[in-house]
Design a protein around this ligand. Structure first.
Ligand code: SAM
Length: 250
């Protein structure tokens, strides 16, 4: 079975993620403001699934919401606790968590659920979210689409180079398996240059896969939108490189 990065590699990846990618979580805020927040009580309790380094939680807490974040990575959670000291953060696997009916809403942003490697596991994650929501609760998440992988991640590399760190990412999309493999090499100048290598995978799901899994878990009122960096939410099309999904526990 494919796994995400191992915990020994976790420290440096979480450090890089916190610095360079975590802030992108803010791009999701206008979407939440459009599709979810107006329908919640003003002091709603929100579950942030695969919360990463907690930048989105910080924004939600500043708006008066309570946030519980879960993430499988100890280091991501350590940064989340630093970034959002008023949040509640728990190291938990999205495939295995259980909360009683607690939350008014659940979110998962910036490809968190592309880290779930198979349709049955995705259904289990949705069942866990369903169980944790109050009746009427809203679940909103985004996913990279196959078009996104084909246009952005089919085969190639990108890098970040700064004074005291560098990160090189090589990626390759396998259309048969619907998996992108990311090989990441990180250099950090600590007492000397420290090198870390890790590999992780993302899987893409079609809108059909997602509707099917959400229906199995019990969700209704499912809407799926396309997303474009400049245009924001759009109608979902074969060219959409990311999608936002919103549904309800009715
Ligand atoms: C691309 S990051 C997104 C983080 C955050 N949602 C954001 O918007 O920045 C994906 C996160 O999913 C977490 N993750 C991957 N598999 C997971 C799982 N099975 N259960 C919980 N978290 C998981 C990773 O540790 C990582 O923090």
């Amino acid at each position: 079975m494919k796994t995400i990065y191992s915990h020994s590699d976790d420290d440096n990846f979480a450090w890089i993620y916190n610095k360079h990618w975590g802030p992108y979580a803010n791009q999701a805020l206008p979407i939440l403001e459009q599709l979810m927040l107006p329908f919640l009580p003003s002091e709603a309790h929100i579950l942030d699934l695969c919360c990463g380094t907690g930048q989105l939680a910080t924004k939600l807490i500043a708006k008066g919401y309570s946030v519980t974040g879960i993430d499988v990575s100890n280091e991501m959670i350590r940064f989340a606790r630093e970034n959002a000291p008023n949040g509640d953060f728990i190291v938990q696997d999205a495939r295995h968590f259980h909360f009683p009916r607690t939350f008014d809403a659940a979110v998962s942003t910036y490809d968190g659920l592309n880290f779930i490697m198979s349709p049955p596991e995705l259904t289990t994650v949705f069942e866990n979210v369903f169980e944790s929501l109050q009746n009427g609760g809203i679940f909103l998440f985004d996913l990279n689409t196959e078009a996104g992988y084909l246009y952005h991640w089919e085969d190639g590399t990108f890098s970040i180079v700064e004074e005291d760190h560098a990160c090189i990412v090589r990626y390759e999309y396998n259309a048969d398996e619907k998996l992108v493999r990311f090989d990441v090499t990180i250099f950090r100048l600590l007492e000397g240059w420290l090198r870390t290598d890790l590999t992780f995978y993302q899987r893409c799901y079609s809108s059909f896969d997602i509707r099917y899994a959400l229906n199995l878990a019990g969700f209704t009122d499912i809407s799926i939108y396309g997303y474009h960096d400049e245009l924001g939410l759009t109608e979902l099309s074969l060219e959409s490189e990311r999608m936002y999904i919103v549904c309800r526990k009715s």
